[in-house]
Design a protein around this ligand. Structure first.
Ligand code: 8YV
Length: 329
């Protein structure tokens, strides 16, 4: 990156005004005022020019795009925590450092996870829809009966920051905490969360009442909830996913739900986002949200702040705080 002049920073989506204003003060920032997601062609144009690219989850920065990057593109400062939309190996190979915005989305995403854990078994959206459609004729003892949360087992897949934050909330709702993770977490965290570790995901799935997906999407977690594993869930179990759609074999999930072999699902993310399998939307026991787990104004400002700090630190010749990979050359 040329440190004499301000770096050319291309931002692919509209960010909060305060973030854009600060970016314009610090950098030669090229913003996307109308917020239309870039096409692959526009991404190629961007990497041909930028010193720094600021993409989001809606941009697919694959090897084909990166093959066009100009030699001054040294940093991809992604606005978001997940980096599955970026071909990290291709970036590293071209000497491009990649940063993300971890930590600042944790509590908001955990809140949304908890909201889905409540909403699906307690049929909150079904009740709301029924009321709006004029079906509420007065209270009845057997109407809109859901399932009690208190005393049930929650199985968390991925006990990182977000998984742990979900566990803390869920304990207050009387759920017992179970988890599967690549590595067992530190004993003091297990004690704090009164969490039971399952080395075998298969065994955990077969015993849970609610399963929450909180792991990143990586080659290792693609379809981690495969058709075979989804079949291990008991028919009264619920699935909640606020991580990435790709972690679940969505066709298999739809099949189980349609055959009444699963009690319900709360989904904030989808395998082919923004396309949603229309069969999912036909099911009353599915709550589908438009990837809004981290959508708070505070969260977006914190994310923007992190992006700025990562760019500024890098431009000043230091290691950015949220480095995912270092570009090697
Ligand atoms: C972000 C997310 O809003 O950070 C993530 O990984 O999934 C979202 O909540 C999005 O990624 C922004 O790029």
């Amino acid at each position: 990156m040329n440190t004499k002049k301000k770096p050319l920073v291309i931002v692919t989506r509209k960010l909060p005004d305060a973030i854009e204003t600060r970016m314009m003060e610090l950098f030669d920032a090229r913003l996307n005022h109308d917020d239309k997601a870039f096409t692959q062609g526009q991404l190629i144009d961007a990497v041909k020019q930028a010193d720094v690219l600021v993409p989001t989850v809606t941009d697919r920065i694959d090897g084909g795009v990166l093959a066009h990057s100009n030699p001054n593109l040294r940093l991809i400062a992604s606005f978001g925590t997940g980096v599955d939309h970026i071909d990290l190996a291709a970036a590293r190979g071209r000497g491009i450092t990649v940063t993300n915005t971890p930590g600042v989305l944790t509590e908001d995403t955990a809140d949304m996870t908890m909201a889905l854990i409540l909403a699906v078994p307690r049929r909150i959206f079904e009740g709301e829809r029924a009321l709006r459609e004029g079906q509420f004729q007065g209270w009845a003892p057997t109407w809109m009966l859901g399932k009690r949360l208190w005393g049930k087992r929650l199985g968390i897949i991925g006990m990182g920051r977000i998984g742990s934050a979900v566990a803390r909330r869920a304990r207050a709702f009387g759920l017992s905490i179970h988890y599967h993770n690549r590595k067992r977490v530190a004993p003091h965290i297990e004690q704090e969360l009164e969490a039971t570790y399952w080395e075998s995901l298969d065994q955990m799935l077969a015993r849970m009442d609610i399963v929450s997906v909180n792991c990143p999407h990586t080659p290792a977690t693609y379809h981690l909830l495969s058709s075979r594993r989804i079949d291990l869930l008991r028919p009264h179990a619920y699935i909640v996913n606020t991580a990435r759609g790709e972690v679940i074999d969505e066709n298999a999930l739809v099949r189980r739900l349609r055959n009444d072999q699963l009690a319900g699902a709360g989904l904030d993310v989808f395998e082919h986002e923004p396309a949603i399998n229309p069969k999912l939307l036909e099911l009353p026991n599915v709550v589908a949200l438009p990837h809004m787990g981290s959508a708070t104004i505070e969260g977006r400002l914190d994310m923007g702040e992190k992006v700025i700090i990562n760019i500024k630190t890098f431009a000043d010749g230091h290691t950015p705080p949220d480095r995912v990979i270092a570009g090697l050359l």
